[in-house]
Design a protein around this ligand. Structure first.
Ligand SMILES: Nc1ncnc2c1ncn2[C@@H]1O[C@H](COP(=O)(O)OP(=O)(O)OP(=O)(O)O)[C@@H](O)[C@H]1O
Ligand SMILES: [Mg+2]
Length: 285
């Protein structure tokens, strides 16, 4: 398959829900972390943002979240938005359901929290203390806390980065299905090219303070590593990012996820996990 058939320069296809123009942000005089950046995100669009460490991804996300008081430029975002960070940021002295209900204020806050927690598969941990949750469960609670606010824009800053490979795969699947059900626009910051291609409609690269690359990903959903065209897109994107797979030790597609999971599960994953891995990676274990 020709890479460019499924992976080409984007054009706006849906009405915009985020519009950023001429955004400038610097922390010390002289260097602009964000340098006259322009960005449009369509209603319901799933956008992944890549870029080297320190390129300003979190700064952009914080600006869109309204957490940065001092950007210059025009930023238009919907009022209903929610953020999930790399760490779950749960309040340890409140039970899980109360963390999710926090700030809702409505009389049905608990009911709504329960519904959101059930949707992320935590209906059985409503009264648990956050510190007793596993890393994956805590991140699902953070997703429920975002979801319960019915965001039109969901901002995710490396939400899977601290999870082990199998939990990451499952949580990515959960985010994909939550997006299909609720259809918020999503901006997902990630360092992981595979994750971007598994999830997003568009992949952006932030470099020198601007969106240096903006590609549309036309792969059928649900996405799998093993699906036709995926490997070509991955190679194309790595090339665009200037990453030499051999020189920089990037694992070949067939072995990367499988090898990690094998190592973590002692080479003996459960039948359910085995199916998940095989369907994603397309290799037998
Ligand atoms: N509050 C702050 N005060 C001073 N400098 C900051 C602040 N926030 C960010 N920076 C600087 O801005 C630059 C961009 O930071 P940012 O956290 O946005 O990068 P990033 O792309 O998210 O990196 P990473 O991939 O490592 O998370 C960095 O040089 C960082 O040191
Ligand atoms: Mg960051």
């Amino acid at each position: 398959m020709n890479v460019h058939a499924a992976f080409h320069q984007t054009t706006a296809a849906v009405p915009p829900i985020v519009q950023v123009s001429n955004l400038v942000r610097s922390f010390d005089a002289g260097t602009n972390v964000l340098d006259h950046l322009d960005l449009t995100i369509g209603d319901g669009e799933f956008v992944a943002l890549l870029g080297r460490s320190g390129s300003g991804k979190s700064t952009l996300l914080r600006t869109l979240a309204g957490l940065d008081a001092a950007p210059e430029g025009t930023v238009s975002v919907p009022p209903q938005r929610a953020v999930v960070f790399q760490e779950p940021r749960l309040i340890p002295w409140k039970p899980v359901w109360a963390n999710v209900a926090l700030g809702l204020g409505a009389s049905d806050a608990r009911e709504r929290a329960v519904a959101a927690l059930t949707e992320v598969g935590l209906g059985h941990r409503l009264d648990a203390w956050p510190l007793t949750l596993s890393g994956g469960e805590a991140q699902r609670a953070a997703l429920a806390r975002a979801l319960v606010r019915q965001p039109k824009l969901l901002l995710l800053d490396e939400p899977f980065a601290a999870l082990d490979a199998l939990t990451r795969l499952k949580t990515q699947g959960l985010v994909a299905s939550l997006w299909m059900t609720h259809r918020p626009a999503i901006l997902l910051v990630t360092h992981d090219v595979d994750e971007a291609l598994l999830l997003a409609d568009r992949v952006l690269v932030l470099d020198k303070g601007r969106i240096a690359l903006d590609w549309r990903v036309n792969l059928e959903r649900p996405r799998r590593h093993a699906q036709r065209g995926f490997a070509e897109l991955r190679a194309g994107l790595l090339r665009e990012l200037g990453i030499d797979e051999e020189e920089e030790g990037v694992e070949p597609l067939e072995s990367s996820v499988a090898a990690l999971i094998k190592a973590q599960s002692g080479g003996n994953p459960s039948p359910v996990d085995r199916d998940l891995i095989v369907s994603h990676v397309g290799v037998s274990l």
